[in-house]
Design a protein. Structure first.
Lengths: 94, 214
């Protein structure tokens, strides 16, 4: 049996992802000099989320995985969402 | 389209099945790690909702420069791991080993910077519970909680990174000892997934700890 080149990213794509990650890091770093506001932490987490998506999608090859691996990826995030939702449903309604 | 071949363990039908099983097992472990770190992220979110000003003030006492450099170091190391993983799969073992050795060196550099930052915290007496100089902060209670979370989260992350550095270095050494023999891509992909996950955790720790400064 064999494994094809189709389930691995090209060198150009890997370099492109690194460049995109560095641009996002620069964007997050520059947030410090923007005026303070409640939107700033959310924007910082949003940028972190974009970085994480690139890492998971290409570096961790989620793009090339079959559905069973996705079950665990989404499962982990789903249970984390339950943990946050139920905890804050308590704290924010006291 | 080119094809690769490798040794397949007897429990598996072929290398595709073995690799899928490796991915699945590692993702199952990583999903448990998401919840492990998630409990710390949750504690951070809850405590910060009560001490937002104190967290902003305490974040200003961390080194933004070192935090940003460390983020860049880990992102480059993740690229090297991904590049090396592909090289191993294409049987370019020398390029793979060089790439992974570079990633391990960057991992050590990250740890060195982190321990330098810890040293600065010791120097400034900002160690929660042991030696915390409350007069440096307008909101000492919240600032001490922030530092408690800072040491817990970055310490736990550093422990994971130490495991990653040992794992990656050990594999490079093992590959070197095997010389020209084929390398199980399942071993490579599971180690790579672990390293990227440790990088992912830091990607979120960076804005939570360093970027909320006033």
């Amino acid at each position: 049996m064999s494994q094809s080149h189709e389930d691995m990213p090209s060198n150009a794509l890997l370099l492109g992802i690194l460049a995109a990650l560095m641009v996002l890091l620069g964007a997050a770093f520059s947030l410090v000099w923007l005026p303070h506001g409640p939107w700033k932490p959310f924007l910082a987490i949003l940028i972190a989320g974009a970085k994480a998506a690139l890492i998971v999608w290409i570096f961790m090859r989620a793009r090339y995985h079959d559905h069973t691996s996705w079950l665990f990826i989404i499962g982990g995030i789903f249970w984390l969402a339950i943990l946050f939702t139920l905890t804050f449903a308590d704290y924010l309604t006291r | 389209m080119g094809h690769l071949s490798q040794e397949v363990h007897e429990a598996y039908r072929d290398e595709v099945q073995e690799k899928r099983t490796g991915y699945l097992g590692m993702w199952a472990f990583l999903s448990s790690e998401i919840l492990f770190f998630g409990s710390f992220f949750l504690a951070y979110a809850v405590i910060r909702s009560f001490h937002a000003d104190a967290f902003r003030e305490a974040s200003g006492h961390l080194s933004l420069l070192w935090g940003t450099i460390n983020t860049a170091v880990l992102l480059v190391s993740s690229y090297l791991i991904a590049f090396g993983e592909k090289a191993f799969e294409l049987r370019r073992n020398k390029a793979g080993m060089l790439s992974w050795a570079g990633a391990a060196v960057l991992g050590v550099a990250f740890l060195a910077i982190k321990f330098y930052e810890y040293g600065e915290k010791f120097h400034h007496h900002h160690i929660p519970g042991l030696d915390f100089k409350a007069e440096d902060f307008q909101h000492p209670q919240g600032a001490e909680l922030f530092h408690f979370l800072y040491f817990s989260m970055t310490g736990l992350h550093a422990l994971h990174l130490i495991v990653g550095v040992c794992w990656i270095s050990g594999m490079v050494l093992w590959f070197k000892l095997r010389k020209g023999r084929t390398i199980q891509t399942t071993y490579v992909t599971t180690a790579a997934l672990y390293w990227h996950f440790v990088d992912l955790v830091w990607v979120f720790l960076y804005p939570m700890l360093y970027l909320i400064r006033p």
